[in-house]
Design a protein around this ligand. Structure first.
Ligand SMILES: *Cc1c(COP(=O)(O)O)cnc(C)c1O
Length: 421
């Protein structure tokens, strides 16, 4: 459920007409709904009620500080995957003891930044990384809390580019080697081993892969405890999928996911952490774009938009489907027609949808891409010297630009010319 609904024939974000935002900020732009962000956070928080837990929002999904602050004020921690994200979370007011640091290639500088600024834990992905964290902690006179990310060799049944829990993926340490790796960690005086971490992929639409992985984590918890490790925190990653279409089978609900966690891990008396990103932000955001041209081609018509693959790369990168709706609600019974919906970028990959049924549209009409809140703005680029598009946050009947569209001068002046030219 989201808060982007038609009212009197016009699409709204909460109590603000999308067309009003478009008039104020120009197109294309991203718009997020505060109520939807909070609702999705709350669904997870409620799903784990009765267990000691922290929902750490995976901020790589949508990392604008206004979004981080909205969620942090509701009680969320943050899952970061780079030094930049760590600093951004801190800038948004998130305390270090609510920030967990994930990622397969943390650099020494990033580790130093997080350790000196305060960190809830590092989710360590390899023994070489463990050695580096240990060395920096000793240098700073600190002890680094860590979990080790284990790779449970589970098929997440999702798109290959976002599956992370198979043994051939680059993530974590093989679960079969866990005893050895935990013994190594325990021998390093700059580290305090506090738990286990697992994250098997993104956009999972079934509970079964989670169940397989979490069952392995439960077994491992008991094994490591019997080997003398004080395992007291389990970080279960993110990955619960969202419905990208209205029609397809809906993925499991957070409450069902929470019940599974309690069933598989509840008896261990561990603190539970989860790291949802997509489910919190995905359906809380739209990308709004304008039709520039309607072009008749060989046997097909093209809707050419002012938004492009550099603004929303998911269709080009993951063959992702986004529902695309007219901002002006089509009259009941109006005949739809198929369009190829494309952007202006000079490659065929810049195609959002093929033969998509849409109401008749004309240049100047607005369309909205649904489910664009996660892995949308954060993956945008300035390819074709197209400015990063603005982000807007709606709160009831208010809206605010939370990232401005840069001017062409700002973009162009970022280049510097060597003296020999
Ligand atoms: C990407 C990622 C997440 C979030 O995944 P979603 O599918 O957006 O919920 C959580 N944890 C880690 C370690 C990740 O890399």
């Amino acid at each position: 459920m989201d808060h982007f609904l038609y009212r009197d024939g016009a699409l709204y974000a909460e109590d603000v007409p999308i067309s009003e935002i478009a008039a104020a900020v120009g197109t294309p732009f991203y718009v997020y709904s505060t109520a939807t962000l909070l609702r999705h956070f709350q669904l997870f928080d409620d799903a784990l009620e009765g267990t000691d837990h922290l929902v750490c929002y995976a901020m790589k999904a949508a990392s604008n500080q206004a979004i981080l602050k909205t969620l942090a004020q509701a009680g969320a921690g943050m899952d970061v995957v780079s030094g930049g994200e760590y600093l951004r979370a801190k800038a948004a007011g998130v305390p270090g003891d609510k920030i967990v640091f994930s990622g397969v290639g943390k650099t020494a500088d990033e580790i130093r930044t997080a350790l000196s600024g305060g960190i809830r834990q590092f989710n360590v992905e390899s023994e070489p990384e463990m050695e580096v964290i240990n060395a920096i902690a000793l240098e700073l006179g600190l002890v680094a809390p860590i979990t080790v990310r284990v790779n449970p060799d589970v098929d997440a049944k999702t798109h290959a580019k976002i599956a992370t829990g198979k043994s051939e993926n680059k993530f974590g340490i093989p679960i079969a080697r866990a005893s050895e790796v935990y013994a190594h960690a325990a021998s390093l005086p700059g580290l305090e081993v506090i738990g286990i971490d697992v994250h098997i992929g993104s956009q999972l639409t079934e509970l079964e892969p989670f169940e397989l992985a979490y069952t392995k984590v439960a077994e491992l918890t008991e094994k490591l405890r019997s080997e003398g490790h004080n395992i007291r925190r389990l970080d279960l990653g993110g990955g619960l999928g969202i419905p990208y279409t209205r029609s397809n089978d809906a993925p499991p609900l957070p409450v069902e996911y929470g019940a599974l966690i309690k069933k598989t891990l509840g008896h261990l008396d561990c603190e539970i952490e989860i790291e949802p990103g997509r489910l919190i932000a995905g359906n809380a955001g739209l990308m709004v774009s304008k039709v520039i041209y309607v072009k008749s081609g060989e046997g097909r018509d093209f809707l050419i938009l002012d938004g492009a693959m550099n603004d929303l790369i998911r269709p080009a990168m993951y063959e992702a489907h986004h529902d695309i709706v007219a901002v002006q609600e089509p009259a009941p019974g109006v005949e739809q027609q198929p369009y190829d919906i494309v952007g202006p970028v000079c490659e065929t990959g810049d195609t959002f949808a093929k033969q998509r049924n849409m109401p008749p549209l004309e240049p100047g009409d607005l369309v909205a891409f649904r489910s664009a809140g996660a892995y949308g703005a954060v993956m945008a680029s300035e390819y074709n010297t197209r400015p990063l598009i603005p982000e807007v946050l709606v709160h009831g009947d208010q809206f605010a630009v939370i990232r401005e569209r840069p001017s062409f001068d700002e973009i162009i002046n970022r280049d510097t010319i060597p003296t020999w030219l």
